[in-house]
Each structure stands twice: as structure tokens, then as C-alpha cells.
Design a protein around this ligand. Structure first.
Ligand code: MV4
Length: 448
């Protein structure tokens, strides 16, 4: 087992990893930028190394500085969290070359799943349902036209290097295909330095339902059921829940087995998430596979009573998984609390927190790194807390979330708490009747 783990991240996920390491008796090293010298992950780690100035490119993304920090503190593993270098193949390789265990995917696996067209071909070979469309990357526009006719409009053009919606275009009729092709490739080239495109039949008003999987070093994988992440604004998840209100036992069985089949086919090691699109007829289709721990992992932990960070560390240390699958025994909802103004287009609102009262009580979990007196730096992601409420039923979980949001006091900055409070009263949300289109029609009431 590892003696010392360096956490190459910041904020709530750095604290999350430190907590589990401490429970496992593993020493921790925090890395921080000059903007984060007063952050809690610096305070709670056993050691801390400043790796550079505020800009991420000079600190949390500066691979050589992070490796140097691991060398001088003699860390034997690095946990990347999510975002930053968590799915960076070069960093995974750099750790390998320095004999430091990367608690994440191998460089090969990151590249294989990061290339969306290639990932899809792999899933087809593994027998995982995929959206009909092109066989891999589309060579030229003439082929694009032909594939669109074969697939049948409406179609979705997607960037193979993409993800999160960048370089993606829905095309409803043939006359719009050329412009969509040109603009999607241009956007993808600018964003990823790669303009490879593939095409799929457009799935209308899909739900985004993802399956948590864990694979070990011996080819075995298991699943820990689903998370419904359909409530998104501009491809940013706002709230997630498990079980999905759209799920049935049969669908969970089918999606869970497909995700395990995919993980075992590629011999996936570590925690991963297989994302699916689910249409109104409950047909499910592979969308993407993420090779990192996700922001929303706590709702799974709460309903199956399982520490996913602990499992990542155990698998990375070569310990086999039990192999059984996990099914929700409770209902859990996560609200992402961001330092943004929901009454001003969710624009970022950094600043100093002048007072802070955390909600609590049975079934309330708050994963956060902020505190009264903390100044939120403008350099990083605006998420400041994850409020997770868990109960026996969905209605009780919603009720608990409303109570927790009402007692959650953060003053000095604007946050998305008022938005989440209104969401919990929205009739379609309360009815579990929502798809990825939900936020397009959501109108936030201006409160006094
Ligand atoms: C789709 C789709 C409809 N049909 N693919 C969005 C980003 C990336 N994860 C893939 N996405 C989509 N792919 C087909 N064939 C609709 C979306 C989509 C979406 C998916 C999940 C969550 C939110 C979304 C918001 C807009 C579009």
C-alpha cells in the first residue's frame, strides 16, 4: 500500500482525497498556487508544496512542478482528482516514467477513450449499444453528405477530440449540412487542435444517465448503478441524482451490464464512468467514457455505502475488487453550489465570504473547502460546495434538500443557492419529468 499520496488538485476534491487517505493511514502532500495559500487542503495535508503562481497553466497544470513536488516529498503516488491533469495522457506517462503511481487511467486508456470516434468503435466491438451513424471519423464532406443520407436527418455532427458539447452541431436538413460541417470543424480545430468529425443519428430530448464502474488490475469490473445528470446548463451539470427517476429495474440491469462489459473488454483499471443517452422509449446508447473520478461521485457513495476514493487507491495498489455490483438502497441528490449570480446569467461572482453556516443533520453531506473569511480566487472553476441530501425516497430527499438549502448561509458573495431552491419546487423536476432540454425552458424568478 502507498505510504504517501500527492494530491494534484485543489478545492473540495483535494479535501475529499485527503480525508480518505487520513482514514487509510496514508500520508498526504498538497500542492498549491500562491492564490491558494490559505486553502483548507493546504492546512489539512501532512505536507504542502507551493508549485507556482495563480494561473492554472503556471501551477495546477504545470506537470514538471507537480512531479518535482512528488520527488522532493518522496510521494509514491499521485491522485489527480477531476479536471486539471486527471485525463492528461502525457501526465499519466510522466508519472509512469518517474515510477510514481498515477491513481487514474494509463496513457493508452486515456487516449483510447479521449478519441470519441475510436471509443465508439471500441464500444461497438464490446457489444455496447451505440447511436447509429458513421463508422469512425468522416474523411470529407462528400462522405459526410452520404452518411447523413444513410443515417437519415436529423443528425448530430460531433468532434472526435471533443466532449462536453464543443464542436457539436445538430443538423435537421441537408441544406444546413455544409455550414454545420465547416463551423464544427473550425470550432474543434480551435479548441482541440484536431478537426476529426463523426456523425450520429440525433436522439431528441435525451436524458444523460451515466453508470459508475470500477475495474481492477486483474480484468474484473463491477458497476455501482446510475446517476441522472440531465439537468445541465450549457453542458455544465447543475444537479444530479440517483436512482434516476426514469430508471426501471430492467433498464438498470441492461445499462449496468453494458457498462461492465465495456470496462472488461478494454481491461479498464480504476474508477470510471460510462455516459449514455437515453431516449423516451428507454433505448440507451453509449455517449462517452470518462476515465476519472467525477464531481458527482458522492451521491453514488451515499446510496450504496461505498468510498469510491478508497476503492481508487486500493485498485491502484493492486488489490482486487470483490466483483459484485451495487444497487441504490436510498435516494440521493447533489446540488452544485457555485459562486455565480443566477439572476445575471450565472456569471462568476468571486469575492470574500463574510459569513458561512453549513447545513447539517441526518442525511445531509456538504463537500466544500470554503469557510467564513475565505476569499474565492477568480482563477479557477466557480464551484464552491456540493450539497448532497440522502433519504429513503425521492420526495423525502427533495424535502431534505429544500430544508438544507434554506439553512445554508453564505454572505459576501452571490451563489446559485436561490436557483437550486427554486429548482426543488419546479413541478417538472419534482415529478422527475425532465430531460437535457429542461434548463432551456427554466425561468428563474427574481427574489427580492
Ligand atoms: C447527443 C445528443 C443527441 N443525439 N448525441 C452533449 C455533449 C456530449 N456529451 C454529447 N452531447 C449530446 N450528444 C446524439 N446523437 C445530445 C447531446 C446533448 C447533451 C447530452 C447530455 C447532456 C446534456 C446535453 C445537452 C445538449 C446536447
Amino acid at each position: 500500500m502507498f505510504k504517501k499520496i500527492l494530491i494534484a488538485n485543489r478545492g473540495e476534491i483535494a479535501l475529499r482525497v485527503i480525508r480518505t487517505c487520513r482514514e487509510m493511514g496514508i500520508k498526504t502532500v498538497a500542492v498549491y498556487s500562491t492564490a491558494d495559500q490559505d486553502s483548507l487542503h493546504v492546512r489539512f495535508a501532512d505536507e504542502a508544496v507551493c508549485i507556482g503562481p495563480a494561473p492554472s497553466s503556471e501551477s495546477y497544470l504545470k506537470m514538471v512542478n507537480i512531479i518535482a513536488a512528488a520527488e522532493i516529498t518522496n510521494a509514491d503516488a499521485i491522485h489527480p482528482g477531476y479536471g486539471f491533469l486527471s485525463e492528461n495522457a502525457r501526465f499519466s506517462k510522466l508519472c509512469q516514467d518517474h515510477d510514481i503511481k498515477f491513481i487514474g487511467a494509463t496513457p493508452e486508456m486515456i487516449n483510447r477513450m479521449g478519441d470519441k470516434a475510436n471509443a465508439k468503435s471500441t464500444m461497438i466491438a464490446a457489444g455496447v449499444p451505440c447511436v447509429p451513424g458513421s463508422e469512425g471519423v468522416i474523411e470529407d464532406f462528400e462522405t459526410c453528405e452520404k452518411v447523413a443520407l444513410e443515417t437519415g436527418y436529423p443528425v448530430m455532427l460531433k468532434a472526435s477530440a471533443g466532449g462536453g458539447g464543443k464542436g457539436m452541431r445538430a443538423v435537421w436538413k441537408a441544406e444546413d449540412l455544409r455550414d454545420a460541417w465547416d463551423s464544427a470543424r473550425h470550432e474543434s480545430k480551435a479548441a482541440f487542435g484536431n478537426d476529426d468529425m463523426y456523425m450520429e443519428k440525433l436522439i431528441e430530448e435525451p436524458r444523460h444517465i451515466e453508470i459508475q464502474i470500477v475495474g481492477d488490475a486483474y480484468g474484473k469490473a463491477c458497476h455501482l448503478s446510475e446517476r441522472d445528470c440531465s439537468v445541465q446548463r450549457r453542458h455544465q451539470k447543475l444537479t444530479e441524482e440517483t436512482p434516476s427517476p426514469f430508471m426501471t429495474d430492467e433498464l438498470r440491469e441492461a445499462m449496468g451490464n453494458a457498462a461492465v462489459a465495456a470496462a472488461e473488454y478494454i481491461k479498464y483499471e480504476g474508477a470510471g464512468t460510462v455516459e449514455f443517452l437515453v431516449d423516451k422509449h428507454r433505448n440507451f446508447y453509449f455517449m462517452e467514457m470518462n476515465t476519472r473520478i467525477q464531481v458527482e461521485h458522492p451521491i453514488t457513495e451515499e446510496v450504496v455505502d461505498y468510498d469510491l476514493i478508497r476503492e481508487q487507491i486500493m485498485v491502484a495498489a493492486g488489490i482486487p475488487i470483490s466483483g459484485k455490483n451495487y444497487f441504490p438502497k436510498l435516494h440521493s441528490i447533489e446540488c452544485r453550489i457555485n459562486a455565480e449570480d443566477p439572476f445575471a446569467g450565472f456569471r462568476p461572482a468571486p469575492g470574500k465570504i463574510t459569513s458561512f453556516h453549513a447545513p447539517g443533520g441526518h442525511g445531509v453531506r456538504l463537500d466544500t473547502h470554503v469557510y467564513a473569511g475565505y476569499t474565492i480566487p477568480p482563477n479557477y472553476d466557480s464551484m464552491i460546495a456540493k450539497l448532497i441530501c440522502t433519504a429513503q425516497t425521492r420526495d423525502e430527499a427533495i424535502n431534505k434538500m429544500k430544508r438544507a438549502l434554506d439553512e445554508f448561509i453564505i454572505e459576501g458573495i452571490k451563489t446559485t443557492i436561490p436557483f437550486h431552491r427554486q429548482l426543488m419546487d419546479h413541478p417538472d423536476y419534482v415529478a422527475g419529468n425532465y430531460t437535457t432540454k429542461f434548463m432551456e425552458d427554466f425561468v428563474i424568478e427574481k427574489t427580492i
